[in-house]
Design a protein around this ligand. Structure first.
Ligand SMILES: C[S@@+](CC[C@H](N)C(=O)[O-])C[C@H]1O[C@@H](n2cnc3c(N)ncnc32)[C@H](O)[C@@H]1O
Length: 270
């Protein structure tokens, strides 16, 4: 039996573009001898798995995506979509290296294979906080050496997104990615934090301080908004760095509305 529970299958075309762009930059994707990427819990349609493969193929042409779903009827739907793709009835490449199977947090894989990357998006959101560590551990156990689990949450249209990167040694980073145009305050992401953090956005918790400071620098740099929200965000992230946050986001990615900091700076207080 797959490990986990069937939850709502909500998904959307292009919803996961922000995290996909980030996954494109992971070193394991380039270095792996077997660039197998798992899309765990792809939902009521396989569209985000096809999109993931298309985006990854741009940087690693032999990247292969295996969509796993705990709900068998969703595997049947995605398999029918795959036939349309193969028959050239969609915008995706007919020979796209994509497959679908039933599976849960145990991440069943073909013999002797392990995943370079597992993307589990909007899956744990519907679980209890106490279930996160066990789910992470099961999924990370199915990664190649140097592999990464990317577990996070976003809004329905993918404009507000955040995720944790988890490696064999444990969680390593936390990323927020926001559509800057029309952004009122970065702490909008509070509603879309990964399960491990969403209940920790309260005074005294590191992630709360992170969001308070993001808002503070965003406000402080409001005048830069006349040059556009990107300039304002760049200054906001510079402010975070100067305030001691270990921002690892390169300049060109900051301009996309991203900020990545070490997990140790936002991890729940003991
Ligand atoms: C809200 S949808 C997310 C769809 C897509 N990943 C997205 O972000 O648009 C969550 C999906 O995860 C599936 N799911 C929940 N627990 C799972 C598990 N342990 N293993 C595999 N799939 C799971 C649910 O059946 C559901 O279809």
């Amino acid at each position: 039996m797959p490990i986990g529970a069937v939850t709502r299958g909500t998904t959307n075309t292009n919803r996961l573009r922000r995290v996909d762009r980030w996954i494109q930059t992971l070193p394991i994707l380039r270095s792996s001898g077997d660039p197998l990427v798992v899309d765990l819990g792809y939902g009521a349609s396989g569209v985000t798995a096809f999109e993931l493969q298309a985006r990854l193929a741009a940087v690693r042409p032999d990247a292969e995506v295996l969509g796993l779903e705990i709900a068998p009827e969703r595997v049947a739907t995605a398999t029918a979509q795959l036939k349309d793709v193969r028959d050239g009835r969609t915008g995706f490449a007919p020979d796209a290296r994509v497959g679908f199977a039933v599976g849960g947090f145990e991440v069943p894989l073909p013999a002797a294979r392990r995943a370079a990357v597992i993307r589990a998006f909007n899956v744990l959101r519907q679980y209890d906080e106490t279930e996160v560590a066990g789910a992470w551990s099961l999924m990370v156990g199915r990664l190649q050496p140097g592999g990464v689990l990317v577990e996070g949450t976003c809004n329905e249209v993918g404009r507000v997104s955040s995720w944790v990167a988890v490696e064999h040694a444990g969680p390593v980073s936390f990323t927020v990615s926001l559509r800057l145009s029309g952004l009122e305050h970065p702490s909008i992401v509070a509603e879309r934090l990964p399960k491990a953090l969403i209940h920790r956005n309260v005074p005294g918790e590191p992630v709360h301080r992170f969001l308070v400071e993001l808002d503070r620098f965003w406000q402080h740099n409001a005048a830069l908004g006349t040059y556009g929200p990107v300039q304002r965000w760049v200054a906001t992230v510079d402010g975070m760095r100067e305030a001691g946050w270990g921002v690892s986001t390169p300049r060109r990615r900051i301009r996309l509305g991203e900020i990545t900091v070490p997990w140790s700076q936002v991890a729940p207080a003991a």
